[in-house]
Structures are given as structure tokens and as C-alpha cells.
Write a protein that binds this ligand. Structure first.
Ligand SMILES: [Fe+2]
Length: 215
């Protein structure tokens, strides 16, 4: 499947970009991205969406972490990096994945970018038109931890514990996103991914090279 001309890398290229990025900033974010990608592909498939596209977007949604340990900075860096490579669909996901209410002020973490960069993000976020892929990656970002898949409430509680806050509006929207996709695919989201959870945990231990076998 060649989707290079549509603002998306191939799956192989996306995996290469993630591997490269992890070498620059070693951490658990790579496996988190793989879990997000995996959930996204499975839910997309159940909903009649493009599962390859969902997988690629999930894999690269946090690619801005390549440039170091940052908070809002990872959104900006990922957005600019993907634009620079012509991967406009990924750039949009890098921008939208942290803002389920399309509101930059809801960001949980430091605003560690310059005022000009913040303005740039605000404008880009304002004009973005969310589609089901934006919504899917937002949901899956809340499902995919570094070492497996968790219930979204559990992950939101964990974020709240780590940052000391979690906006209620954002919490409620994540629950609504789950309901939205459950309505779309007429299945419980956890049932869709539960059958894969054991394998995901096993493969996380075995090594990321095996991830391809699961897709
Ligand atoms: Fe993420």
C-alpha cells in the first residue's frame, strides 16, 4: 500500500522514523506509541476505517519526543518535524492528539515553548477540522501505556496523580470518545482489544522487533 503521496509515510518508514527517534531520546514513549498504534489499528478495523493509516498515525503521534524530554514542546516539535517531511496528515495528529476539546489551554504539563510557537500552535489548532482519525488517536493515547493497554479511567487517574490535576472537561470528553467509537463499531472497545492484551504484554517483554507479527 503506497500512501506516500497523501501526507503519510509507509508503515515501514513510520517504524524507521520511530526507531531513529528513540535513539535520540531513549525512554518508554516508543512502546507507548506502539501500543497506541496497535489499539488504533484494531479499533479502526472494527469501525470500517483505514487500519494502516490509523497504525501509522498512532506510531508517530508522539514523534516530537525525538527532540528531548519536553511537555507541550513535543507537540510543537512533532508538528513541525512532520510538516518538514511533507507528512501533513501526521503533523495534524501531532498537533491534535493532546487536545480532545480543541483547546490548547487544556494541556496537562508545562508550556515549554516560546510565545511565538504557542501562538503558531493556537492558530493551527483553531483552524484544524477534527476527523475520526484525530478522535481515534486521542482515545488511543488514553488507552496505550508503555507496557500494555489500560482502561482510560485508570490512565487518566495515573496522569492526575503524576501532574496533580486533570481537567474535568477533558476527562468527560475522553469517556465520550470511547462511547463514540463503541457506537461506530457496535462493540465494546475493551472487548475489541482485550483479546490482544496478553499478546501485547508478552511481546513487550520479548522485544519490539516482534511487534510486526501482531499487526
Ligand atoms: Fe502519546
Amino acid at each position: 500500500m503506497n500512501i506516500n503521496n497523501n501526507g503519510l509515510p509507509t508503515i515501514e518508514k513510520a517504524e524507521e522514523l520511530l526507531r531513529e527517534a528513540e535513539l535520540q531520546n531513549i525512554g518508554q514513549w516508543g512502546n507507548h506509541s506502539r501500543n497506541v498504534a496497535f489499539c488504533a489499528s484494531k479499533i479502526a478495523e472494527a469501525c470500517g476505517m483505514n487500519k494502516e493509516k490509523a497504525y501509522i498515525l498512532g506510531l508517530l503521534h508522539d514523534i516530537g519526543r525525538k527532540f528531548g524530554i519536553k511537555h507541550l514542546g513535543h507537540v510543537y516539535d512533532g508538528y513541525k518535524y512532520m510538516l518538514s517531511l511533507g507528512y501533513t496528515q501526521v503533523a495534524k495528529i501531532c498537533l491534535t492528539h493532546s487536545f480532545c476539546n480543541q483547546d490548547l489551554s487544556e494541556y496537562i504539563g508545562s508550556f515549554d515553548i516560546t510565545p511565538d510557537e504557542q501562538k503558531e500552535l493556537e492558530i493551527a489548532l483553531d483552524v484544524a477540522v477534527y476527523d475520526d482519525y484525530d478522535r481515534l488517536i486521542q482515545l488511543c493515547d488514553a488507552l496505550g501505556a508503555a507496557n500494555g493497554i489500560v482502561e482510560i479511567e485508570e490512565r487518566m487517574k495515573d496522569v492526575k496523580a503524576r501532574y496533580g490535576t486533570y481537567p474535568q472537561k477533558k476527562w468527560d470528553k475522553n469517556i465520550k470518545l470511547k462511547e463514540y467509537f463503541e457506537k461506530l463499531c457496535k462493540h465494546n472497545i475493551y472487548d475489541i482489544i482485550r483479546k490482544w492484551t496478553l499478546q501485547i504484554e508478552v511481546y513487550s517483554y520479548v522485544g519490539r522487533i516482534k511487534w510486526k507479527l501482531l499487526f
